[in-house]
Ligand binder design. Structure first.
Ligand code: IMP
Length: 434
């Protein structure tokens, strides 16, 4: 039975939560493998609308094991708040498992994230301010504190002292900020450890054993591949590996790359980005405002789940998307929010870039080059009719089918799933993914 990875193909917010929620029906284990509470998923089901930052989107199916993998940066206070919020709405969280190898976001990571952003001035990354970057810096510097440490004061105390001592030297010496007090942080994290202990386990075994028993496993990506530390629009990226390449998904839950059979890339039918950095097809006109505010009255507008920031909007960028298809090794695409284009008389897709009078079809590595290129667009007729009730590919308006076929051609990958609205049933399954 396959292990399937779901990744965001663009700059995040592609609607992965919604696709994972749909695919989770057949999976036995749903595991998050990267990022932290910088990421956010919105899920609408019969129990209401939920915004998740750390808990995998499979949590709404009580029989599924939901795993937070070692690749995730965990803010334990946020995780506990999320668990309690779910429980208050009657969601069973007893099958949630938190990796003992996951790194903890500490209060000084949040302080350093904000200080670093402020010090960058005009070149700020536009981070979510959740401390994720500094947490991964400490992980790589071998100064991080892991979930397992929460369970043993004899590990937690010296590790926290060591990490905080270093952080305070940076906070005061580099940024002239106020040092952070050890005792209050220790009390809070000791308490988090007690409350999280029922969930903490070695998740590598959970995923591996399920796979060996022949059960479906779904690995849930967070953010988007173009924010990837290696392959994204560096330095305007996140500090982890959202893509499935570089082994991001495999590393993040502790399996081998050959255990993964399928990688599904989730792409919006247009593009959005939050935070700073290059965005070749960005729009600043009425079209951007129309797409951003589509469904705003139902909380569906293009505003960040985590920060509430308005998202930058652009047409679908097939050059960036094809690059993402390739470095993720995608086997299928899930195209989301097709219905947001329902009222567009014409729809554009960027098929190439013009750079210094020449046409290029590859995605440049330099952000300064990306800032200079001019997108070349192909215009397709819109369908000007609602698609929200459509459930089969053949019932889509011909112009919508033509748009999807063109996306497949340009991205060199089949579209297996299309979403036409926020709820579970508003989907067109072209080819079953599991
Ligand atoms: P950080 O991950 O908070 O350090 O932010 C780095 C960049 O990634 C910023 O541009 C953020 O806006 C962006 N980012 C981080 N998480 C997400 C996400 O879940 N969706 C979209 N953008 C994100």
């Amino acid at each position: 039975m396959p292990i399937v990875v779901v990744v965001g193909g663009q700059w995040g917010d592609e609607g992965k939560g919604r696709i994972v929620d749909l695919l989770a029906r057949k999976a036995k284990v749903v595991a998050r493998y990267s990022a932290g509470n910088n990421a956010g998923h919105t899920i609408v089901n019969e129990r209401g609308e939920f915004k998740l930052n750390l808990v995998p989107a499979g949590i709404f199916y009580p029989e599924k094991t939901c795993v937070i993998g070692n690749g995730v940066a965990v803010d334990p206070g946020v995780l506990l708040g999320e668990i309690e919020g779910l429980q208050a709405k009657g969601i069973d969280t007893s099958k949630l498992v938190l990796s003992d190898r996951a790194q903890l976001v500490m209060p000084w990571h949040i302080a350093l994230d904000k200080l670093d952003e402020a010090s960058r001035g005009a070149t700020a990354i536009g981070t979510t301010g959740k401390g994720i970057g500094p947490c991964f810096v400490d992980k790589v510097a071998r100064r991080g504190i892991r979930v397992a440490d929460l369970l043993r004061p004899e590990d937690l105390i010296p590790r926290m002292k060591n990490s905080l001592d270093y952080a305070n030297r940076v906070i005061t010496g580099v940024y002239g900020g106020e040092p952070i007090d050890f005792d209050s942080c220790y009390q809070a994290y000791h308490d988090y450890g007690l409350r999280l202990s029922p969930y903490i386990a070695d998740v590598q075994g959970v995923v591996f054993d399920a796979h060996r028993r022949g059960e479906y496993v779904l690995l849930e990506g967070a953010q988007g591949s173009l924010l990837d530390l290696d392959h994204g629009t560096y330095p305007y990226v996140t500090s982890s590996v959202p893509s499935s390449s570089s082994g991001g998904a495999a590393i993040g839950v502790g399996i081998g790359p050959t255990d993964i059979q399928r990688v599904v890339g989730v792409f919006k039918s247009y593009c959005t980005r939050v935070g700073n950095g290059p965005f070749p097809t960005e729009l600043f006109d009425d079209v951007a405002a129309t797409l951003r505010d589509h469904g705003k009255e139902f909380g569906r507008g293009e505003y960040g789940t985590t920060t509430g920031r308005p998202r930058r909007i652009g047409w679908l960028d097939a050059v960036a998307a094809r690059y993402s298809v390739r470095f993720n090794g995608l086997s299928a695409l899930a195209l989301t929010r097709l219905d947001v284009l329902d009222n567009m008389p014409t729809i554009k897709i960027c098929t190439g870039y013009e750079l210094d009078g020449k046409i290029i079809s590859s995605f440049p590595s330099r952000e300064s080059t990306l800032e200079r290129i001019k997108p070349i667009y192909e215009e397709l007729p819109g369908w000007m009719t609602p698609t929200t009730e459509v459930r089969t590919f053949d019932d889509l308006p011909p112009q919508a089918r033509a748009f999807i076929k063109r996306v497949e051609e340009l991205l060199e990958c089949p579209v297996d799933l299309i979403s036409v609205g926020p709820s579970r049933e508003q989907a067109v399954i072209v080819n079953p993914i599991f």
